[in-house]
Design a binder for this molecule. Structure first.
Ligand code: SF4
Length: 359
């Protein structure tokens, strides 16, 4: 039995993907020993990232008002969720929030805008913001702004954007179950445009959307094919009023197996525990650090998450360390800043109903 796990680890360490059969076994095998699987996934994680954890802060700079119909999203035009809507925030507000993230010890600051995608003039405005943010705080900047082509990506690349996020979210064949106003290929093409312009890509998925294990495996392999260096895995947070609700598949073990699959298929990628880690991994969150080397802290697009204090304690308790910000030796934020982070800025976050997640 130990041979199976050793073989998976060895393959990952030598950049060989598991077979489709092995990938499905990771998710569904009844004889899988979870601790041995986590250990196998930890081998490539340790080789490429040691025991460091990259902490990222996600900030919604434009909320709601989206014409698209992504059924899992509380900002879509089909949701009945009560989310505060606002057009893009002022530069002052964005800078104040970036400063909070920098003081909190975040390595990377991720700005997310609702909407189908930016016009060229919106991309230019974002580019000037990115230039100033990078100069001021030194954090890496990631942007999630929807579908875009080469022109927008070129402007953002010239401004020094470190990463562009655009999640595949689910497999090609399952995509129309969650969205009809754009298709999966629009998402792939956005990632390809970013790569052509020399921007690092970030793309992952949401599990719990009614997908099968085969769908998850398909996404894992597509991300490998796209040579994706950063892969966030979201665990659907069911928000009342959204058409797509959690499908009941997400146990802590299912979440961990998915993280292990992503690591073993994409051994060199930054694998991130993203939205919903708190409610779905629950007491097993720290085990997620064995396959994953990155996480979000403070909250997600429309929902609250654990604050810095608890997250840093979880990381330290499990024997991992926080990756320092660029140009800093010490990642630890000042205590008063940690405390300030107990409540993320902005009043637009929904507190997820954990009872609904865990029932
Ligand atoms: S996921 Fe993005 S594109 Fe889809 S509805 Fe939400 S904000 Fe709009």
């Amino acid at each position: 039995m130990f041979d199976t796990y050793a073989k998976l680890a060895e393959k990952a360490l030598t950049d060989q993907a598991p077979t489709a059969e092995e990938a499905l076994w990771i998710l569904d095998g009844e004889d899988v020993d979870l601790l041995l699987l986590l250990q196998a996934a930890f081998e490539p994680r340790r080789k490429y990232f040691g025991r460091e954890v990259t902490v990222q802060v996600l900030n919604n700079v434009q909320n709601g008002l989206c014409p698209e119909d992504c059924g899992y999203c509380a900002q879509s035009n089909v949701t009945e969720a009560e989310v505060r809507e606002y057009p893009i925030k002022s530069d002052e507000e964005i800078f104040a929030e970036a400063e909070d993230a920098a003081r909190g010890g975040a390595y990377r600051y991720c700005m997310a805008l609702s909407g189908r995608g930016p016009s060229l003039s919106r991309a230019k405005r974002l580019a000037s913001l990115i230039r100033r943010l990078k100069k001021e705080y030194g954090m890496e900047i990631c942007l999630s702004a929807g579908i875009m082509g080469d022109k927008q990506a070129e402007v953002l690349a010239e401004a020094g954007l470190d990463r562009l996020n655009h999640n595949l979210n689910t497999s090609e064949s399952h995509y129309e179950e969650i969205c009809t106003t754009h298709d999966w290929n629009d998402r792939v093409q956005t990632l390809e445009a970013a790569r052509r312009q020399g921007i690092e890509t970030c793309s992952g998925m949401i599990i719990g959307l009614g997908e099968t294990s085969k769908d998850i495996v398909e996404v894992a392999f597509k991300l490998l094919e796209l040579d994706t260096p950063s892969i966030p895995i979201n665990f659907l947070i069911p928000i009342e009023g959204n058409p797509v609700q959690e499908d009941g598949s997400l146990t802590p073990e299912r979440c961990l197996r998915t993280l292990c699959l992503m690591r073993l298929v994409n051994p060199r990628a930054e694998i991130r525990m993203a939205g919903g880690r708190e409610g779905h991994l629950r007491g097993l969150q720290s085990l997620g650090l064995y396959p994953a080397n990155s996480l979000f802290v403070g909250g997600y697009l429309t929902t609250q998450g654990d604050p810095f204090t608890e997250t840093y304690a979880m990381i330290a308790d499990a024997g991992f360390t926080v990756q320092p910000q660029a140009g800093h030796d010490q990642p630890a934020p000042r205590e008063e800043d940690r405390i300030r982070f107990q409540i993320p800025r902005g009043g637009d976050l929904i507190k997820p109903d954990i009872a609904r997640i865990t029932e």
